[in-house]
Design a protein around this ligand. Sequence first.
Ligand code: AP5
Length: 214
Amino acid sequence: MNVVLLGPPGAGKGTQAVRLAAHFGLAHVATGDLFRQNLREGTPLGLEARRYMDQGLLVPDSVTVAMVEARIDQPDAQAGFVLDGFPRNLAQAEALDRMLAGRHRRLDRVLALVVDREALIRRLTGRWICPSCQATYHVEFNPPRIPGVCDRCGTGLVQRADDSLETVTKRLAVYEEETAPLVAFYRHREILTEVDGMGAVNDVTARLVGVLGG
Ligand code: AP5
């Protein structure tokens, strides 16, 4: 099963993709995470991506598409994947079609998380992440047991550089302009399901699992 999780910044794509991947035995492929991993490792790709991410802009398609293509060829993605953060514009959606067709694979379902703007801003500006194991928390909605410390590995939590209110506002505008048109694109293909992303994390997971027939 190959699934795309679509939604604006803060909709809960990362939170839910981890759960869906575990539930259905799929690889979690998150372009934002891949860029941040490259950045931590100081690779040329990471340094290139940072110039765009810090401003809330999309990284150029050529860089992003090649990175996803390499990732879906990894052994763990052969049984299927949950794509989180890709595609993000029409050119990337078409590139995804080409890369899957070339591998005799196809996209089974696109799940679009629907969350209101006020909640998105609250979620992003209150998010804390573990720089070591990448676990995600929220100061209010999903706090760690010990404030500021990762439950899983004990590392001190940090905020993402692009979660300032100014950059969040820019990211939301980029989403509306470049990514939101993909909802109509996939609806036309009859593989889109819009899912209410408001409410408790477990409730949203149950809705998504229900749509995928799990
Ligand atoms: P990326 O890392 O993909 O960021 P994003 O799409 O902006 O999404 P986020 O990670 O901010 O949010 P999310 O929807 O995953 O929410 P989360 O689960 O964390 O991309 C970052 C940058 O990389 C981009 O700006 C761009 O520069 C570049 N990039 C990435 N992909 C690219 C591409 N394809 N092309 C070009 N450039 C690309 O949840 C958010 C918070 O809310 C957390 O604190 C969480 O605990 C909390 N939360 C989650 N669910 C709930 C709930 N139900 N109730 C309450 N709180 C909740």
